[in-house]
Unconditional design. Structure first.
Length: 193
């Protein structure tokens, strides 16, 4: 079966990252899981060109941007993934178009998956109040102050809100994070319109 047929069945997933600073494993492993599930990933950033990923504080691979966030609408996608890395969400949360794009997935009831420091962007999108999630431990106070319930677990799937919100703490949690992402995506695209 051609890949386009799979994409029509399994949907499209936006991966939103800053031009620099995304944690490479938190971008690459979920991307690979999405492709293996038959879905179509799209690398979205705040500027065209390439994004520079990192392994903690060291430069890693760079990846071509498929689309700039200013020109997109969440209705073009079935789910959103926000990889972590400290600099990545710190940049995104200062970009109104990126914050609005992330928030629009909540408005449309579409799954959002965040890992490590990525929930910072959701705080600025006013999307964590009343939600249960996890993150890198240093974000706990920020999330609690924004009205979230923070827990220390490998993966948290919160459905007590307008959408499914998947969160994980760090790269070690990626197998569970990816499995939860694919499960949510399959349920979303299988649901009747």
């Amino acid at each position: 079966m051609p890949r386009d047929d799979h994409a029509a069945v399994f949907g499209r997933v936006a991966f939103l990252v800053a031009p620099e600073g995304a944690e490479e494993s938190e971008l690459v492993q979920p991307w690979r899981a999405v492709v293996e599930a038959g879905a179509t990933p799209t690398l979205v950033s705040t500027a065209p060109g390439r994004v520079q990923a990192f392994r903690h504080l060291d430069r890693a691979g760079s990846f071509p941007v498929d689309a700039v966030v200013d020109h997109l609408d969440a209705s073009d996608f079935d789910a959103l993934v926000l990889p972590g890395g400290v600099a990545n969400p710190d940049h995104l949360r200062t970009q109104p178009a990126a914050v609005a794009f992330a928030g629009s997935f909540f408005d449309r009831g579409l799954p959002v998956a965040v890992i490590c420091h990525a929930p910072w962007t959701l705080i600025d999108a006013n999307a964590v109040r009343g939600r249960t999630l996890t993150s890198y431990p240093s974000l706990r106070t920020d999330l609690v102050n924004a009205g979230a319930q923070w827990v220390d677990e490998k993966v948290v799937v919160c459905t007590s809100g307008p959408n499914t919100l998947i969160s994980s703490r760090r790269p070690d949690d990626l197998p569970d994070f990816c499995a939860a992402l694919i499960d949510a995506l399959q349920h979303t695209v299988a649901a009747p319109s």
